[in-house]
Design a protein around this ligand. Sequence first.
Ligand code: HSE
Length: 429
Amino acid sequence: MNKKINIGIIGFGVVGSQVGLILHRKKRIFSCYNGVDYQIKKICEINWDTSREWLPPEELRTHNYEDIIKDPDIDIVVELIGKFQPAYSIVKRSLESGKSVVTANKYLLSKKLIELITIANKHGAYLGFEASVAGAIPIIKGLKESFSANRITSIIGILNGTTNFILSSMTRKKQHFTQALTLAQQLGYAESDPTLDISGRDSAQKLAIISTYAFHCSISDDEFLIEGIDKIEQQDIEFASELGYRIKLLAIAKRVDNSISLRVHPALVPYGHMLADVEDVYNAVYLEGDLFGKSLLYGEGAGGRAAASAVLADIIEIGKKITSKAHFSEQFTIEQKIAIQPVDKIESRYYLRFTAVDRPGVLAKIAEILGRNKISIASVIQKGENPENAVPIVMLTHRAMEKNIRSAIKEIDRLFCIKNQTQVLRVEE
Ligand code: HSE
């Protein structure tokens, strides 16, 4: 006879409602494949939305998460409320009482991953969090299992569906930022506070989680450079396209000497690069390792069903582990704290868009300051002619140091002929 696993779901929103619905519909299939009966014992939600595709029967519903975390019959607690508290105490207390936890909470994990894994190990419980990064893409499983024999040297990810959707819509449909954001929210891609998506913070939280696994060190999203997409204008998309690039919000982690260069920022990605064609809500993670070489994982990165796919995979996996005799702990070892490369030392090609008056000598002055700061120009575009007003002048540089770019732009932006703050974007070749 199949062994039974009781599940308590906390949070019946975009993701939780899909997890409940699919468990309800597919539990017979799951049990056939895995020899485990997965039963929903309770679902907790404060504001029940009765318009959901499936509403659990009254006896499964509660408003109080204590009914789940204190229930001795519940084996797996699924935390899908997000943010920090009460999620932190729900996850911690559940693990301390020996219950396994599945969560999609990147905010919490970007701060407390190692502490929570340690608690899980100590109490013979499991922590599943595949859904916290890149929706349905099995990046955590990839790093923990498939690529585990490798020394990972580079990760470049498009880890936020909302911003990728917005940038794609701005590129392909020439939509305004707000139009594209509203649609992303309606489709259930955006966070409840979309500034987390737009500002790059959501990508940074995800980068911190995968970097912790990839580099075996403790990394928090407070430790590195984060720039969002709010300063990207339609004209940047058009200039980039003319130069042969798409603009993407990238989450980057690369080993550089004895440190890791970690950052989240929009970047120009050349046509033909594997990440340039990742459109709409899709996410992708490009990895390099010493044994596998290069690999690209690609899939839907946001939305209820994509996240539910990852949550359910964790539930199924943990159910199998609990019902098997052996206990597998994470055995997650942390190396010494690794140095994060200072921002000044970033080396890249740069896209610069100046807003300058259209008079003789302006270009020469800009070029002189760049040259003095050891920045070499690769190409220049100036559109239109307007002696009365400012015009955009776009330059692509050769490889330069961030420190030199910052000091040159500071000086250029003080010139009388420069009318707006210069747009500076990095290029990821
Ligand atoms: N708001 C997130 C995104 C949802 O757009 O990617 C998935 O974490």
